[in-house]
Design a protein around this ligand. Structure first.
Ligand code: PLP
Length: 308
């Protein structure tokens, strides 16, 4: 893969990411008072671009933030930032993170009406999770930190305050795992630090429903559609930690991980549940159906490619 220079766009000004600056009084920095989305491109096509924008607007509504930029304006800025990385020349796909912070103001929790939101776009290389993450799988651990509930900080706010997830993953690493599998306060499985989780339970593909709050993942939704089109139902329901002792397979989904097998889950009491290396039959089928779904999307949306 050709290396690209990571570039960042702060309110229309593009610089190398290492040189990009925001003011210390920015509320995103002070309070995590911001929202964001992450997508990646395939052949330059921004995957599930409209779905990300819809989720972005939902996050904005959940935090009472007025989005001052239109989707077309955002697209134009993203295009300019991608061009500045040189990616279109080498036809190298990129990772794009766009965010809006509520702006710069006094140190005051209440956001003044006069604040002007700031738009930041970071473009960088697509993360390389390493071959072993797919040939073997990642190890998860259930931390003691519980996932925020819907009535504290709704996990459907894809915002700049990820401390809940940060604490989860720190604890999981201390336990020797790669990532956390967070439970809610009732002990129901929610999601990993930055991806959704699926299991094969009693031969069925299951994933936590919104009853245990988790981010409505774009990859999760696309995989559900891809599976359904092939007659495979994805069941969304409550999954208790104890159910995992019966799970036959497990995998994660996210925009950058795609479908990533899980090799093991360490439960809260130290028991370890193991899964087939590189994913069992349904995990491998899900990965293939997702890849095909993405390929069909990219073909349908070729005119949106940032490489054109
Ligand atoms: C907490 C959390 N859950 C799930 C996901 C997966 O969402 P998506 O499939 O849209 O990348 C993410 C992605 O960043 C996340 O941060």
């Amino acid at each position: 893969m050709t290396a690209i220079v990571s570039m960042t766009n702060v309110d229309g000004v593009i610089t190398p990411t290492a040189e990009a600056r925001i003011p210390v009084l920015d509320r995103g920095f002070l309070y995590g008072d911001s929202i964001y989305e992450v997508f990646r491109t395939y052949d330059g096509v921004p995957l599930f671009y409209d779905e990300h924008w819809a989720r972005f607007l939902n996050s904005a509504a959940l935090i009472h933030l007025k989005v001052d930029i239109t989707q077309d304006e955002l697209t134009q800025r993203i295009r300019e930032t991608i061009v500045a990385t040189g990616a279109p020349r080498s036809r190298t796909d990129v990772y794009v993170r766009y965010m809006i912070t509520r702006g710069v103001g006094d140190i005051d929790l209440y956001p003044s009406e006069r604040l002007r939101s700031s738009c930041v776009i970071i473009v960088k290389a697509v993360p390389d999770w390493g071959a072993a993450s797919y040939t073997t799988g990642v190890r998860l651990a259930v931390p003691s930190t519980r996932r925020n509930s819907g009535d504290t900080l709704d996990p459907n706010i894809k915002g700049g305050n990820y401390l809940n997830n940060v604490l989860g993953v720190i604890e999981a690493r201390k336990l020797g795992a790669d990532d956390c599998l967070m439970l809610d306060s009732r002990g129901l499985v929610t999601e990993a630090s930055n991806s959704n989780v699926f299991f094969v339970l009693d031969g069925e593909l299951v994933t936590p429903s919104q009853l245990a709050r988790n981010l409505k993942g774009t990859t999760k939704a696309a995989l559900r559609d891809a599976c359904r089109a092939h007659g495979i139902e994805v069941h969304e329901r409550e999954i208790a930690e104890e159910d995992l002792t019966r799970a036959e397979e497990c995998f994660l989904t996210s925009a950058t991980r795609e479908v990533m097998p899980v090799a093991s889950v360490r439960l809260g009491d130290g028991r370890v549940v193991g899964f087939p290396a590189g994913g069992g039959e349904l995990t491998r089928l899900a990965a293939r159906l997702y890849r095909e779904h993405v390929a069909a999307y990219v073909e349908r949306h070729a005119s949106r490619s940032f490489f054109r």
